[in-house]
Design a protein around this ligand. Structure first.
Ligand code: RB5
Length: 145
């Protein structure tokens, strides 16, 4: 699975750790930056990551900002994106099982790096359940139209 990742200045350490961890696990990781600690506008990074998903180049994405919230708000404006801001394990797992989320948003100022790695693992390892949840996701996607 090819995974795209990106962050703003609130999530650089977490983003780098997740990218390394997923590469070590054998995933192909596309890193949309940032690559150094500097202040940036998180929507600019969110759009880059979303484009990798909507183009079909990558299957899932991970965005890290200070809270995970700004990234999720920005990403969810892009057609085809279902982004979930999560800070604990249950949500990271169930947003895959039930929402078929394609982007996980994390808060670098909310959770530690260890938790971020665990949530990233749950997000990439959990498959969508489909069934009644497909109907619900279809209704969400119909809102875009
Ligand atoms: C940047 O200071 C901060 O606003 C951003 O990282 C994020 O938390 C926004 O939601």
């Amino acid at each position: 699975m090819k995974i795209v990742i990106g962050c703003d200045h609130g999530g650089l350490e977490h983003k780098n750790a997740i990218a390394e961890h997923l590469k070590e696990r054998g995933f192909e990781v596309v890193d949309c930056g940032i690559h150094e600690q500097k202040s940036v506008d998180y929507p600019d990074i969110a759009i880059k990551v979303c484009e990798k998903i909507t183009s079909g180049e990558c299957e899932r994405g991970i965005l890290v900002c200070g809270t995970g919230i700004g990234m999720s708000i920005a990403a969810n404006k892009v057609k085809g994106i279902r982004a979930a801001a999560c800070s604990e394990h249950f949500s990271a797992k169930f947003t895959r099982l039930h929402n078929n989320s394609n982007i996980l948003c994390l808060g670098g100022r909310v959770i530690g790096v260890g938790t971020a790695l665990e949530l990233a693992d749950l997000f990439v390892d959990t498959e969508f359940e489909g069934g009644r949840h497909q109907t619900r996701v279809d209704k969400i996607m119909a809102i875009e139209k």
